[in-house]
Design a protein around this ligand. Structure first.
Ligand code: C2G
Length: 131
């Protein structure tokens, strides 16, 4: 039986921490859906992404671990997404540990350890300081 995994995020300035997460998420099932934060939702999250939605989507769709990219437009869509896409497992990095336990009524919830010492913010800061 096809096991579907879903995860959410901004995925700006794609780095190996993101890849580690997506790789492990995919390994939990057969099909990985990434709900990618829209530019408008990033504003709600107070995140300014360097790459816009289409650019971030293109990068994710090029990855072998990702089967489908859908837009994340708000905080409230997760339950509907899980039903609509028949997700069996919801995965997030453990910086979100506990925050999405309410989804346990609809699917398995897995928090994976974050990859240390890498972040989009850190990368942007480094690039700013090196020119
Ligand atoms: N991540 C990780 N290790 C890092 C950086 C990020 O494992 N060094 C994981 C995060 O835990 C998350 C995913 O990579 O699961 C995407 O990270 P972000 O783009 O920062 O996601 P975020 O802005 O936290 O969006 O509705 C949920 C939100 O959209 C989550």
């Amino acid at each position: 039986m096809l096991k579907r995994v879903i995860t959410y995020g901004t995925y700006d300035v794609l780095h190996y921490g993101h890849i580690n997460l997506l790789k492990r998420a995919k390994a939990l099932g057969d099909y990985l859906i990434v709900a990618l934060s829209s530019d408008e939702f990033n504003e709600i999250k107070n995140k300014k992404s360097y790459y816009n939605y289409d650019q971030r989507k293109l990068l994710l769709e090029s990855l072998r671990y990702v089967d489908l990219v859908i837009p994340e437009n708000n905080w409230e869509q997760k339950i509907d997404d899980i039903k609509k896409y028949q997700a069996d497992i919801f995965v997030m990095g453990d910086d979100w540990k506990g925050k999405f336990d309410f989804l346990k009524d609809y699917c398995e919830v897995v928090y994976l350890p974050r990859t240390p010492n890498v972040s989009s913010t850190q990368t942007k800061q480094y690039l700013k300081s090196s020119f």
